[in-house]
Every structure is written in structure tokens, then in C-alpha cells.
Design a protein around this ligand. Structure first.
Ligand SMILES: C[S@@+](CC[C@H](N)C(=O)[O-])C[C@H]1O[C@@H](n2cnc3c(N)ncnc32)[C@H](O)[C@@H]1O
Length: 320
């Protein structure tokens, strides 16, 4: 499963080296995330617990972990990648480390494992014998039948937090399991990879799956949020491939792909359905990689928001 490779792949895009890279290539990204945290911390109702949880924390590349550890008595990081979280914790002054706990958990509640189990039950060679439509239908069937825990259980006894946050994680939660489906198809029917997107049943199953996983993630944030608490969410919504400016692969235009289409999940509407959302959604550009002579770069349009638990209204606070 793709999630099994996270711990191997994350160090390429996370940690102190990546922070230096952002300073050079995309300083706006960590600055915008830090400013959301700043707004969220200032918007909490008096008496709200000084505890924070970051889901999909990784190495806290863009998360102001030291500030959180200085200003909160308890900070919980959750990710499948134990090493990255440990690296983030070890970057802190030693006096702050005891305040930070790393919880290794699948924040979807095991969606990749459930989908993988369903994929393992399909009679792929029989389906391949029946033709391309049967293989694609078999894949769509697994996606449609895959249970999505909503909200997912993280770990027993975590409780609720004055600050909850998820940055640049939401789209990975559905895209990695959907890539597992393509990995299986690449083995059983390599010629069909790419064809699935033209199949209405596959498209509908994948759209519904993305929506179920994304909404379960927002419901997880809601379940973890203490009354009077605030939260930060930031997610990529549209991806762009940046072609090299020179060389044989140079192109003037860029390829654009929605990664969180509005007709699948409208972030503003779904946040407003669960929380009080402070101000308009913020938007910025997140550069993931620059183009090389033979590989395109990738960048994303990002939306970010600060939200409050609905119970905050009674406390008369506003996270502006
Ligand atoms: C793009 S990174 C987020 C970066 C992070 N916010 C930072 O500041 O470094 C997405 C994170 O989500 C984690 N992740 C992806 N799928 C996950 C899952 N199902 N359960 C737990 N963590 C997951 C990855 O390991 C990765 O650390």
C-alpha cells in the first residue's frame, strides 16, 4: 500500500532541509500556515484547554511546533510516519520535548487497508478475461464498497483539544488509497491504467470515495475540538504541472488538475456546516517542486481557514 512508503518518502519533502528550501523557493507557504496558527491561538475562548493536536503532522515542516510547545502544556502529533514526528520533536529545545507526544496512527481509520483487502478478493484474471469494462467495474466496485470510518478512531483516551490542525494532508488521505487501485490495475491490466477515468461508474465511485474520506477527516477535527477551541485547516485544491522553461520538454502552458474539486467537496460549505468559520478562506500557492530539464515541477493552489467550535459563540469569541 502507498501509505506503507510514507516513512521512506516523507524525508524528501519534510524537515529542516525542506524548510530552508521553502525560504528560498516558496516563503509564502510556511508564512501563511503560521499566520493561520497565530489567528487560531488568538481566537480561543478564555478557559479553553492549552492543548493542541496536529493530524498528519509529519516532521512539522510548516507547523510552528516550537511556538505550540512553548504556549501549550500538551501537543499531540499524529501521523503514520513515526520517524518524521520524532525528528520534529528532537528539533525542539530539550525542556519542551516532554510536552510533545507522537501518536502513530492511520488518521483515516485504516481506509487503505480496507480497500486493499477488497482489492485482494477480486478475481482479477477472470475479470481480465471478460474484458476491460469488467476490470474497471471490479475496481470501481471495491472503491464503492470500501468502508470509511466516520469519524475515524485515532487512539483511546486522547480526549479533546483547544487547538486542532490539519495542513496539506487532506487530499493524501484519499489519493493514496486510490493510487493503490491503479497499482493493482497496473499489474492485472496495464493497458487499462488511465482508461478508468473515462468510465462513469469508476468516476462516480472515486468521487464519492474522495468525498467520504474528506468529510470523515473534517468530522475527526470536529470530534477532537474542545468547546471554545479553534482549528486550522489548509489543503491543496488544484494541482499544476510546471514544464521546464528550456530544453526538449519546454512548454509555455501548464497542465492543471483539480485535486479537491468543488463538486466533490466545497471546503467553505463543509467547514461552515461543522464550525464557525472566521473570515473568508485564505488562498495561496504551494510549490512542491521546481521543474528540472526532464521533469516538470508541481505547484498547488491552497485554501486555508481558521475555525471555531460552535460552542465558542456562547463565549463571545471570534477568531479574526
Ligand atoms: C504533505 S504531508 C503534511 C506535512 C506536514 N503538515 C508538515 O508540516 O510537515 C502529509 C502527511 O500526512 C501523513 N499521512 C498521509 N496519509 C496518512 C494516513 N492515512 N494516516 C496518517 N498520516 C497520514 C503523511 O505521512 C505526511 O506526513
Amino acid at each position: 500500500m502507498r501509505i506503507d512508503r510514507l516513512a521512506l518518502e516523507n524525508p524528501r519533502t519534510q524537515g529542516p532541509g525542506r524548510r530552508v528550501w521553502y525560504e528560498r523557493h516558496n516563503p509564502e507557504h510556511p508564512r501563511r500556515v503560521a499566520s493561520l496558527f497565530d489567528r487560531a491561538m488568538r481566537g480561543r475562548a478564555p478557559g479553553t484547554p492549552h492543548s493542541a493536536i496536529i493530524v498528519g503532522a509529519g516532521a512539522c515542516t510548516e507547523i510552528p511546533l516550537e511556538l505550540l510547545a512553548r504556549t501549550h502544556s500538551r501537543v499531540v502529533l499524529v501521523d503514520l510516519d513515526a520517524l518524521s514526528m520524532e525528528r520534529a520533536r528532537n528539533e525542539l529545545p530539550s525542556a519542551l520535548r516532554p510536552r510533545v507526544r507522537a501518536v502513530v496512527a492511520d488518521i483515516t481509520g485504516g481506509v487503505s487497508g480496507k480497500l486493499s483487502a477488497l482489492l485482494g478478493t477480486q478475481p482479477w484474471s477472470d475479470l481480465a478475461g471478460l474484458g476491460p469494462a469488467a476490470v474497471i467495474a471490479g475496481a470501481a466496485d471495491c472503491i464503492a464498497r470500501c468502508a470509511v470510518p466516520d469519524p475515524p478512531e485515532l487512539a483511546a483516551g486522547l480526549g479533546t483539544f483547544g487547538l486542532v490542525a490539519s495542513t496539506m494532508t487532506l487530499t493524501q488521505l484519499f489519493s493514496l488509497p486510490l493510487l493503490d487501485v491503479l497499482d493493482v490495475m497496473a499489474v492485472v491490466a496495464p493497458a487499462l491504467v488511465g482508461e478508468q477515468d473515462a468510465d462513469p461508474r469508476y468516476q462516480a465511485a472515486a468521487r464519492d470515495f474522495r468525498r467520504r474520506v474528506a468529510l470523515a477527516h473534517l468530522n475527526l477535527l470536529a470530534a477532537l475540538l474542545a468547546p471554545g477551541g479553534t482549528g486550522v485547516v489548509a489543503t491543496d485544491v488544484t494541482g499544476h504541472l510546471i514544464a521546464p522553461a528550456r530544453g526538449p520538454h519546454a512548454r509555455a502552458d501548464r497542465e492543471t488538475l483539480p485535486v479537491l474539486p468543488r463538486d466533490t467537496v466545497d471546503p467553505r460549505a463543509e467547514l461552515a456546516a461543522r464550525f464557525r468559520v472566521a473570515g473568508p478562506l485564505e488562498r495561496w500557492r504551494w510549490l512542491a517542486s521546481t521543474p528540472t530539464a526532464d521533469r516538470p515541477g508541481r505547484e498547488y493552489d491552497v485554501v486555508g481557514a481558521v475555525f471555531q467550535s460552535r460552542a465558542s459563540r456562547d463565549a463571545g469569541q471570534s477568531a479574526t
